[in-house]
Design a protein around this ligand. Structure first.
Ligand code: ATP
Ligand code: FE
Length: 365
């Protein structure tokens, strides 16, 4: 059995062909990152146009590399939500035409479930496990009980950590730094933080009083903005120019994001242990999503998992950010279990899943 995976939820056009064993037979990825870095953020209509311009090539490249013809495919798996509606529409429209033309089953994929399960492509981690997803659009903690069975323990009440880091990087004009001009905001912050001293600035960790597993990053971003404004005034630097202490600010914000994520994850682990939600034998924390490629954040989480006797697993960086491979893998897992596969009549009127798992965040204390 062979699946074609298609991803267009945000600013990456990705496709991959994968066989039943999880071997990647072909893959292709076009990133719009550099275009959006120049405009200071994703403009949905631009993202849509770029997806439209590249989707045919990306899918053809993945198929050509695999040596598999469309007729030989067992199914097409495509991200249907969540994401930017205009971006998602391109992959979906292309995929539906494709499956109708070749009379193939269609497997709608939830982007966050794909991020959560990518790890199983590389490590033989069994259900249930705790999963932390930290990305450009999400921050959530869940117990993964099965490929379509998640218990949501907590999520961000405002923005996601990747979004916060991107906005701080933009406010600090890090794109003007010669070593950061092609990096995403999160990568730029990580890079500069290595040259900075986090103790030069005090930033309060969010939600200290909240006895749950939710997250918040908007207040932290406000604190950082205030620090930047004060420094700009002090140094007589215009907004839009780089501050000499940008590396110290990067180190402070990265540390505060890491410690907030670690504290909430620690709460989730204790809750899971108290309620017996994880296996007693080698319980696992899986971390995925774009922000999971941050080494500092991973090291901070390792302190938490070491202290609580959990194993920390994280897919390699290239599978943490968006790609077609994780979508194909989710398709393979669904095909194996016979879950969520629509035949070429059903897929004309499918309903995308509304939410990520069962939300029990209100019961988490
Ligand atoms: P979602 O998955 O929630 O829909 P997304 O698909 O846009 O969002 P991803 O592609 O998973 O997000 O991740 C992109 C985010 O990861 C960006 O915000 C980026 O700044 C952040 N990121 C990438 N590398 C790093 C890093 N090394 N450190 C911190 N953040 C990073
Ligand atoms: Fe993503």
């Amino acid at each position: 059995r062979v699946v074609l995976g298609v991803e267009t939820s945000c600013d990456d056009t990705g496709a991959a062909v994968m066989d039943e064993t999880g071997s990647v037979l072909g893959e292709s990825l076009y990133s719009q990152k550099e275009v959006h870095l120049k405009t200071g953020g994703i403009i949905p209509t631009v993202a849509q146009r770029l997806h439209r311009e590249h989707i045919t090539t990306v899918i053809q490249q993945a198929l050509a590399m695999s040596g598999v013809t469309p007729n030989e495919l067992s199914a097409v798996a495509t991200t249907v939500k969540p994401g930017l509606a205009l971006s998602l529409g391109v992959g979906l429209e292309y995929s539906l035409k494709f499956v109708q033309q070749y009379k193939k089953p269609f497997i709608p994929i939830h982007h966050m479930e794909a991020h959560a399960l990518t790890v199983r492509m590389i490590h033989s981690v069994q259900f249930p496990f705790l999963v932390l997803l930290v990305s450009g659009g999400h921050c959530l903690l869940a117990v993964a009980n099965g490929i379509d069975d998640f218990l949501l323990l907590g999520q961000s009440l405002d923005e996601a950590p990747g979004d916060t880091l991107d906005k701080v990087a933009r406010r600090l004009s890090l794109i003007k730094h010669p070593e950061c001009s092609t990096l995403s905001g999160g990568q730029a912050i990580e890079h500069l933080a290595k040259q900075g001293d986090r103790l030069k600035f005090y930033l309060k960790s969010p939600m200290g009083q909240h006895l749950d597993c939710n997250f918040s990053f908007a207040g932290l971003r406000n604190q950082v903005t205030q620090v930047i404004i004060k420094k700009e005034e002090g140094e007589g630097v215009q907004m839009g120019q780089m501050l000499s202490c940008a590396n110290d600010i990067a180190a402070a914000v990265q540390h505060t994001v890491a410690s907030h994520i670690a504290k909430r994850t620690h709460r989730a682990i204790l809750f899971c242990k108290a309620k017996g939600l994880l296996p007693q034998n080698s319980p696992t924390l899986v971390v995925s999503g774009g922000v999971a490629s941050n080494q500092y954040i991973k090291k901070t989480l390792k302190i938490v998992t070491d202290a609580t006797d959990l194993t920390l697993l994280c897919p390699p960086s290239k599978f943490c950010t968006d790609n077609g491979v994780m979508i194909a893998w989710n398709g393979i897992e669904r095909l194996r279990e016979g879950k969520g596969i629509l035949n070429h009549i059903e897929h004309i009127c499918y309903e995308p899943k509304a939410s990520f798992g069962t939300d029990i965040s209100g019961q988490v204390k």
